[in-house]
Design a protein around this ligand. Structure first.
Ligand SMILES: [Zn+2]
Length: 143
């Protein structure tokens, strides 16, 4: 249980501020922090997940964020699957989706392709400290 708690704190907390990518028009576009809720339900558009308030069995934790200490609560936790989190030890967002835009979102990853890197190989001579000046943007233009 301690391992799961540590993984949730390290992998599943949505932290953002006004400079974060998710902030648009002065608020989090992912709608964090989420509202507290006693049980999971469907509101007609989205699934609202159970997030217990501190007064009702919820939890808060102090974490370091840069040079500050921030209090996080269940409202800041991204939905996860216990088994996936324990197995992969990695961030994931497990939510019910029910709109046509979800299809585009899923296909985006299918056609995104694999990660690529460009490297330059040069022949080194003993005692040669030549710095390779590799123009990565130029390499992209050639592809
Ligand atoms: Zn955010």
């Amino acid at each position: 249980m301690r391992r799961l708690h540590a993984l949730v704190i390290s992998q599943q907390v949505h932290r953002c501020n006004s400079k974060s990518q998710c902030h648009k028009s002065g608020q989090c576009s992912k709608r964090y922090p989420k509202p507290y809720c006693e049980q999971t339900y469907f509101d007609g558009l989205n699934v609202v997940y159970r997030r217990r308030h501190l007064d009702n069995g919820g939890n808060t934790v102090l974490i370091h964020s840069g040079d500050r200490v921030v209090r996080i609560s269940n409202a800041d936790i991204v939905p996860y699957n216990i088994f996936t989190l324990l197995d992969l030890e990695n961030h994931h967002d497990l939510e019910v989706i029910n709109s046509a835009t979800a299809i585009g979102y899923i296909l985006k990853y299918e056609y995104k392709g694999c990660d690529k890197s460009y490297i330059a190989i040069t022949k080194a001579r003993e005692g040669d400290n030549t710095i390779v000046d590799y123009d990565e943007p130029k390499a992209f233009r050639l592809v």
